[in-house]
Design a protein around this ligand. Structure first.
Ligand SMILES: Cc1ncc(COP(=O)(O)O)c(C=O)c1O
Length: 325
């Protein structure tokens, strides 16, 4: 009987101390072996799309909110406020729902409707801004809102070092434990750069000779010194070099066109049964090309960043469901 709350106050206290079950579902995702023919290469892919809200961003959302709670930065009336191209917004909305925090997400009008629906379904508020390629505008808006209302808590995914720390101490260590052979190459896309910076540091600490590459859309290859233009690899490469990438131990970048990213994403659906989003296809296309070109001695590792459910209305799925087409 001692586990039964005797009053509403005690119930609330317990809710504050018992971690919601969904938090335990984040991370420890499998690293799968993928064989590609006719390319004749094998790569290893980390299944981040299996996180509960469907993307790698669950990790940062959990990490930053738990850190803020430990440091006493969140009150019961706090509002978590973040500018997101979708996945971070969805992840924060999920954590907010489970922990009882209000969440407001600033998102560009160009983001897919599925992303908007998922955020709303978790009970979070969505504010759309007209970006016209200016993602920085949303970041400025979040700062202005926070300056005028002390209830806002900003995770600041684009500049927060916790974003790197999380991927160094969790994602990166998981990959090192799971890889069946020494890691020779790692390649992944960047949005905030948190995944790339954190995982690459973890890999270089154990395998200093490993080669680390950033995948970027061929249409927005800013690391290659080119001017950013429109691309269809949602959630990555917002047209600037993110601050978190500045000191990352990169050996190079590799360009993948939006068309090639979509072709490989469809191959992952139809040849491997992995229902992932376009950045995953871009990452795998880059990993396969690196494996073909360099014939590495050790493992080539990449990330499957999110699930396909947030792309149904995009070019990836075409205009009509198969029965109509
Ligand atoms: C679909 C997708 N892929 C990849 C990434 C890259 O993650 P990071 O922000 O850690 O660079 C993101 C970031 O939001 C994303 O939404």
């Amino acid at each position: 009987m001692s586990n039964v709350p005797t009053s509403a106050a005690e119930c609330t206290t317990r809710q504050l101390h018992i971690e919601p079950a969904v938090l335990g579902l984040i991370g420890n995702t499998p690293l799968v072996t993928l064989r590609f023919e006719p390319e004749n290469v094998t790569i290893y892919a980390k299944c981040e799309f299996l996180n509960p809200s469907g993307s790698i961003k669950d990790r940062f959302a959990r990490y930053v909110i738990m850190d803020a709670e430990r440091r006493g930065l969140l009150e019961r009336d706090s509002i978590i406020l973040e500018c997101s191209s979708g996945n971070t917004g969805i992840a924060l909305a999920m954590i907010g729902a489970a922990k009882g925090y209000r969440v407001t997400i600033l998102m560009s009008e160009g983001a897919s409707h599925e992303r908007r629906h998922l955020i709303g379904q978790f009970g979070a508020e969505l504010i759309l801004f007209s970006s016209e390629g200016q993602y920085q505008r949303g970041i400025e808006m979040s700062r202005e809102m926070a300056a005028n209302d002390k209830r806002y808590f900003l995770p600041r995914q684009f500049e927060n070092p916790l974003n790197i720390e999380d991927h160094f101490s969790e994602t990166g260590q998981e990959i090192l434990r799971q890889a069946p052979e020494p890691i020779d190459m790692f390649v992944t896309a960047y949005g905030t750069g948190g995944t790339l910076a954190g995982v690459s540091r973890a890999i270089k600490a154990q395998y200093p000779e490993a080669r680390i590459y950033a995948m970027e859309p061929a249409e927005a290859a800013v690391l290659a010194g080119e001017c950013p233009c429109c691309h269809y690899i949602e959630g990555v490469a917002d047209g600037f070099i993110p601050p978190l990438l500045v000191d990352a131990p990169l050996d190079g970048s590799i360009k993948v066109s939006s068309a090639d990213a979509m072709t490989m994403t469809r191959r992952l659906h139809r040849e491997h049964g992995l229902l992932v989003g376009t950045s995953s296809g871009a990452n795998v296309a880059a990993a396969v090309r690196l494996a073909q070109q360099h014939r590495p001695e050790g493992a080539v590792v990449t990330m499957l960043c999110d699930r396909a459910d947030r792309y149904f209305s995009t070019k990836l799925f075409g205009d009509k469901p198969p029965a109509d087409g």
